[in-house]
Write a protein that binds this ligand. Structure first.
Ligand SMILES: Cc1cc2nc3c(=O)[nH]c(=O)nc-3n(C[C@H](O)[C@H](O)[C@H](O)COP(=O)(O)OP(=O)(O)OC[C@H]3O[C@@H](n4cnc5c(N)ncnc54)[C@H](O)[C@@H]3O)c2cc1C
Length: 380
């Protein structure tokens, strides 16, 4: 029986653990640095059909319907006057068992961890990773040592494991944007059937339902310069004076939404700069530890799930060598689209906005374009 160690109990680590758990050739343990799994409420996740299809392999299709939602459309609005620009039928990519899904992150995590309770070792922060012949030895800050045949690193965008095994100490970079997130309950003025995307100047906001109770997730991405010092100061984002300063920069038309937001939080968005390939086929990265994208294509969780699935299959088929190469190709495609979306969503020149809106209306009805731009990502 092969021993699998997973570092990090986020979406990618939990999903790959579920896959290995079903296969009796493997014994799996997840090491999580915290003393519990972060179940922050109010934070929504969008899952496109590529990841829903893979989640269905662990019976996501049987997960409580009341706790998820299947929006049919993304409706684009101008942030300036709230006028609709156009809408995109994302349900065109759905199949009977596999539909674009939105839900609370905490509900997805609860679903992923429900069969793993005794496989997660909390309070385990890795301090060194060594490899001798084919065996990998992990040492934790509590001095425990564990040996495994495969190491799967899913410890997020600031991956400590990456720094432990790489000489390249390159850190993720600040995306020059802040994310402002929260939830909206019982608002009759906001569409609670679809995803509403408001395009503003250096700013966009997305509102979507996360369950059948009418709860809505709010997320705004706003351009905001931070000094290097501010980027590292995590307590800054909780300071009232800083929050006030950020809110002053929110375009005035959008401020009315902010009165409706509950459990409102601000955090800086960090993205990956590069890929890192280990010299060993039996040590691999998945999820944000492999690569973290700008959030404007809503593919972070879906790609975390896809990377976990691809790695599972390649280990099962003894073809780990192909995992990295194929993952880089898909990641580059998603990254390019995420950057392009952010650029187009945040235009501020009125002439550029005028032409963007004309293009958007045309492209959204063009099947060939949609099959290339979205279909290539949503089909796996
Ligand atoms: C503003 C914003 C909005 C987003 N919206 C969406 C969206 O709508 N749709 C979508 O698909 N994605 C979205 N994402 C992205 C998505 O949330 C992430 O891509 C996804 O959660 C990554 O999962 P992960 O498992 O790789 O990492 P994480 O969720 O970061 O999990 C990493 C885990 O590793 C643990 N860990 C860290 N260090 C160690 C260590 N040294 N030892 C042991 N354990 C460790 C952590 O405690 C954590 O539990 C968004 C991201 C942002 C920033």
């Amino acid at each position: 029986m092969k021993k699998i160690a997973i570092i990090g109990a986020g979406i990618s680590g939990l999903f790959i653990a579920n896959l290995f758990k079903k296969n009796s050739d493997y014994q799996v343990v997840i090491y999580e640095k915290n003393n519990s799994i972060n179940l922050e409420e109010g934070y929504g996740i969008q899952l496109s059909v590529n990841s829903v299809k893979l989640l269905n392999e662990i019976e996501f299709n049987k997960f409580e319907n009341a706790r998820k939602f299947n929006p049919k459309k993304i409706i684009f609005f101008s942030s300036k006057n709230f006028k609709k620009i156009c809408d995109l039928n994302i349900s065109d990519f759905n199949s009977e068992n596999c539909q674009y899904t939105t839900l609370k992150r905490s509900d997805l995590i609860n679903f992923l961890k429900k069969d793993l309770e005794n496989l997660i070792k909390f309070n385990h922060n890795v301090s060194s990773i060594n490899k001798e012949n084919q065996k990998i030895q992990l040492t934790f800050e509590n001095n425990e040592i564990f040996e495994c045949d495969y190491l799967i690193i899913s410890d997020g965008v600031f991956s400590k494991s990456r720094s432990l095994i790489s000489n390249n100490k390159s850190q993720p970079k600040y995306n020059n944007t802040l994310a402002i997130r929260g939830k909206i309950t019982n608002s009759s003025e906001i569409d609670n059937e679809n995803i509403s995307l408001f395009l503003g100047s250096d700013f966009h906001q997305v509102i979507y339902p996360v369950n059948q109770n009418g709860d809505l997730n709010f997320i705004a991405i706003m351009k905001y310069e931070l000094t290097l010092e501010q980027q590292k100061n995590y307590s800054l984002f909780k300071e009232n004076s800083f929050i006030r300063k950020v809110l002053e920069k929110v375009p005035k038309e959008n401020k009315e939404f902010f009165d409706k937001i509950k459990e409102f939080k601000i955090f800086p968005v960090f993205v990956s700069k590069d890929f890192f390939k280990t010299n060993s086929d039996n040590i691999n990265f998945i999820g944000d530890a492999f690569f973290a994208f700008p959030p404007s294509f809503a593919q972070g969780a879906s790609q975390s799930i896809e990377s976990a699935y691809e790695l599972y299959r390649s280990i099962e088929n003894n073809s780990e060598g192909n995992f990295f190469k194929n993952r880089v190709i898909k990641t580059k495609m998603v990254d390019k689209r995420s950057k392009l979306n952010q650029f187009a969503f945040h235009l501020s020149n009125p002439v550029a906005i005028f032409f963007r809106n004309i293009f958007l209306k045309k492209l959204i009805k063009n099947k060939k374009f949609l099959d290339t731009y979205l279909g290539k990502i949503y089909n796996n």
